[in-house]
Ligand binder design. Structure first.
Ligand code: GLY
Ligand code: MN
Ligand code: MN
Length: 449
């Protein structure tokens, strides 16, 4: 078996190779800070995604330094992290400390994080460029400036400060956009756990429960299967709440006859799942609910058809918009020609978001959607969501039978050399499959059958 750090090491080498082709330089990347929630309690800690991508290291208070090789100088990979601290470790648990972290994560050197300010000026001197993430944390930006100042102060001893300060995001984002085998394995598992949680939630749904009870089922399944946490706050939206796109209150009572929209995904080994399913609270779709549902399902099928290598990023969105807009006309929500309704943007009254986003370490993952002004073309190894929806708020011209219906269907998709693979396919999606899943839940013991 390959040692745990290998994929991260490969990515560091790719970044180092890119720095070398750009004339060399040094990359300095901190992980995320810990954030106080209240008094002496912190928010659950989550490492920075860029930092983790290149290190695999999950402790707070750490930084990565990569020095590109030049001439006879060899490239160097350095980690700064917390020292061992037996007293603190009694309270907070194990920390690697520099020596063990260096060996375990494959660095040339590792030093205590409290030496970062002392050591950094020497590491960046005589380097042509300093790459870091700028404009994200003013305290970090100020620190970078101080290191540069310190090097400039030593100009009389013949050292030079980097001439170029470069935003490193684009280089790392470009790598993150195409997933390697290790990442795809984790994403497969994140999607599988997320799908299992949706099945569990479907089986547990009953009129009279509150939205938070369904949220509890989702989180139970995430953690039972070893997921780190939800990848984002779950949306559990009964009835008209489904038309509030970022509804996370999750406190309303579920009533017979409503639909329930659930948008929830697990984070597994730092990678996000992101699935939406919509199902009837009492286990059977009504006629109008089914009509709307089938339109969204057809829109998703049309969109998925456009997910394959070489297709531009907007193709699957355009495919979904076309089917949804035709559906809006069929439902009597809009009147006119489909082309005209698309061109004027009239469809946005009922479909106001894009049909997907990159997915990976972040739920809305790193990577540009355009390249040189044109939509990016899909490539094998890219991962994205495909998530059309219809949100019919009560209002002028909306038939009463449709008012308050909100449907979204969202899957996690890997672009393959020949087309795509739906990673979240285990979550029931057709009307029949959903009703069957719910029937199994109603017949068995509540939930978790
Ligand atoms: N759950 C966030 C999204 O679907 O984009
Ligand atoms: Mn999404
Ligand atoms: Mn989602």
């Amino acid at each position: 078996m390959r040692p745990e750090y290998e994929p991260h090491r490969d990515r560091r080498e790719r970044i180092l190779a890119e720095l070398a082709t750009r004339g060399g330089g040094v990359l300095v990347l901190p992980t995320a800070p810990e954030v106080v929630r209240n008094r002496d309690t912190h928010y659950p800690y989550r490492h920075d995604s860029h930092f983790y991508y290149l290190t695999g290291f999950t402790e707070p208070e750490a930084a990565l330094v990569l020095l590109a090789g030049r001439g006879r100088k060899r490239a160097r990979r350095i980690l700064f992290c917390r020292r061992r601290d037996p007293e603190r470790e009694i309270w907070d648990g194990y920390r690697f400390g520099p020596a063990a972290a260096r060996d375990r994560f494959g660095f040339d050197a590792a030093w205590p994080i409290d030496e970062l300010d002392r050591r950094l000026p020497a590491l960046i001197e005589d380097q042509p460029a300093l790459y870091t993430l700028l404009g994200r944390d003013p305290a970090w930006d100020a620190r970078v400036m101080r290191w540069l100042e310190r090097v400039r102060d030593r100009a009389r001893s013949g050292v030079r400060a980097p001439e170029r300060l470069v935003e490193a995001r684009a280089s790392i984002d470009a790598l993150r956009l195409v997933k390697d085998a290790d990442e795809i394995g984790r994403m497969r598992q994140a999607a599988a756990i997320s799908a299992a949680a949706h099945r569990r939630a479907m089986r547990a749904t009953r009129p009279g429960l509150y939205e938070y009870a369904i949220e509890a089922e989702l989180i139970h399944e995430f953690r039972r299967q070893g997921a780190d946490a939800p990848a984002y706050p779950p949306i559990v939206a009964g009835g008209g709440n489904a038309c509030i796109l970022h509804y996370v209150d999750n406190r309303a009572r579920l009533e017979a006859g409503q639909l329930l929209l659930v948008d929830a995904g697990a984070e597994y080994m730092s990678y996000a799942g992101d699935i939406t399913r919509t199902w009837p609270v009492s286990g059977r779709f009504s006629g109008p609910q089914r009509e709307v549902y089938e339109i969204v399902l057809a829109a998703q099928a049309a969109a998925l058809d456009a997910v394959r290598p070489g297709e531009p990023w907007n193709a699957f969105h355009d495919a979904a918009v076309r089917v949804l807009t035709r559906g809006m006309v069929d439902l009597g929500l809009l009147a006119g020609e489909v082309d005209g309704l698309i061109e004027s943007g009239a469809y946005k009254r009922f479909y106001m978001h894009r049909t997907g986003h990159w997915l990976g370490l972040d739920v809305h993952d790193a990577g540009e959607y355009k390249q040189d002004g044109a939509w990016r073309r899909l490539e094998p190894g890219m991962t994205l969501t495909v998530e059309p929806g219809l949100y019919i708020r009560a209002g002028e011209g909306v038939p009463e039978a449709l008012a308050g219906i909100g449907v979204r269907i969202e899957d996690d998709v890997l672009v393959t050399p020949v087309g795509h693979e739906v990673l979240s396919a285990a979550a029931p999606k057709t009307v029949t499959a959903i009703e069957e899943e719910m029937r199994a839940g109603m017949e068995g013991s509540p939930a978790h059958a």
